[in-house]
Ligand binder design. Structure first.
Ligand SMILES: [Zn+2]
Ligand SMILES: [Zn+2]
Length: 49
């Protein structure tokens, strides 16, 4: 079995994006396209809110 990779935030959904800041793979639910980062990084980065 080959798993493409799971979101590092929820660890249950398939990762679709890679955070440009921490390099972790995240699912669409935890991807912030406006910040080009995962939800965790986007929260601590100057991306608006
Ligand atoms: Zn997720
Ligand atoms: Zn990140």
């Amino acid at each position: 079995m080959s798993v493409a990779g799971l979101c590092h935030v929820c660890e249950s959904a398939a990762a679709r994006h890679t955070c440009g800041l921490c390099g972790q793979a995240v699912c669409v639910d935890h991807w912030q396209s406006t910040a080009n980062a995962c939800s965790a990084c986007a929260r601590g980065t100057g991306g608006g809110v």
